[in-house]
Design a binder for this molecule. Structure first.
Ligand code: FES
Ligand SMILES: [Fe+2]
Length: 341
């Protein structure tokens, strides 16, 4: 079960051109393209005639000609041509999705278009804000998307999984404070006068002690911004500090696979291309360490005997909070849709 009335990242904006691209989001096939005027269009990737994939067809102007028998649909999904007949049945159309480009990404509203609310797109302004520069990518993961949100909401794993980059003892020695605020989860860990983890030392060029912040904000369905800071211990001198946001949005492809969109966006040394490359390489390697753990978890979820259970610990608080919020919203959505039918 997925939350339908929600925005999901379908692509990086730069990936979508005037050519047909294909994505699956929460089990739904979607064809995406940019019109000649530059607007991004998303339609169900399913020809209303015999279900051929529209993404295998071709663009004629801003319309898609199905590659099987030539039925042609415009960018609203309406049929504009059926070869060999004049009459176009009203039902010959493809569903169209609401699309917004924001914070470098293409967001698709999976549910009722009338309920699409741009204000629900998470606040990832640092991907686009003047004074900030980002690097990022997307990773395909053979695991349920919630295993990735669990991971980002419990950073104690950094100590064990990411000892080469962003993890060290200070993370597990400092308790996090978790709070649920409306439909958001906030997790905060402030580590005072502590040894910097290896990547922070490399980026700042010193391993002198720091005050390290991790301030995590979760927004449904699977969006997490982490405000990460490393100040020289005892000061809040930004000129000596490391500060970046780790911006994460996880799009379920189906219930066992996901595409993980990420950026690291920083507000210092903006023009230092070598630093950007170092951060990109190190963070990608860090996330690939997560992928190994998470794909193994997924495999056990699929192969375990049903009487196997998990045992919770205190550090799960953030992840559990997010799961409860999402579960409630999905339940409410199902109730509202059964009431309206
Ligand atoms: S399946 Fe698309 S035209 Fe026949
Ligand atoms: Fe991680």
């Amino acid at each position: 079960m997925f939350l339908k009335n929600a925005w999901y990242v379908a692509a990086w904006s730069h990936e979508i051109e005037h050519t047909l691209a294909q994505r699956w989001i929460a089990g739904e096939p979607i064809v995406i393209y940019r019109t000649e005027g530059g607007r991004v269009v998303a339609l169900e990737d399913r020809c209303p005639h015999r279900r051929a994939a529209l993404s295998l067809g071709r663009l004629i102007g801003d319309s898609i000609e199905c590659g099987y028998h030539g039925v042609t649909l415009d960018c609203s999904g309406a049929c504009v041509k059926i070869p060999g007949q004049e009459l176009i049945p009203k039902t010959m159309k493809a569903r169209s999705y609401r699309v917004v480009e924001k914070w470098q990404w293409v967001w698709v509203w999976l549910g009722d278009p009338d309920q699409a609310d741009e204000a629900l797109i998470p606040d990832f302004r640092w991907n686009s804000e003047p004074g900030w520069t980002y690097t990022g990518g997307s990773i395909d993961v053979k695991a349920n998307y919630q295993l990735l949100t669990d991971n980002l909401l419990d950073l104690t794993h950094e100590t064990y999984v990411h000892a080469k980059t962003i993890g060290n003892q200070a993370v597990i020695e400092t308790p996090a404070i978790t709070s649920v605020v409306g439909n958001e989860v906030h997790v905060k860990r402030i580590m005072s006068n502590t040894k910097p983890p290896p990547l922070f030392a490399k980026v700042r060029g010193t391993d002198s002690p720091i005050d390290r912040w991790q301030v995590i904000r979760y927004q449904t369905p699977a969006n997490i911004a982490i405000d990460a800071r490393g100040y020289p211990a005892g000061s809040e001198d930004m000129s000596q500090a490391l500060r970046w946001f780790s911006i994460n949005s996880i799009t379920p492809i189906d219930d066992k696979t996901s595409r993980y969109y990420w950026t690291i966006t920083r507000c210092f040394a903006l023009d230092d291309q070598a630093l950007t490359e170092l951060i990109h390489k190190s963070i990608l390697a860090t996330f690939m360490e997560d992928v190994v753990v998470i794909e193994a978890q997924q495999l056990r979820m699929q192969t375990d005997h049903p009487d196997k259970h998990e045992v919770g610990i205190a550090a799960d608080a953030g992840a559990l909070g997010a799961r409860r919020i999402l579960e409630r919203l999905i339940r409410e959505e199902a109730l509202a849709s059964s009431a309206s039918t």
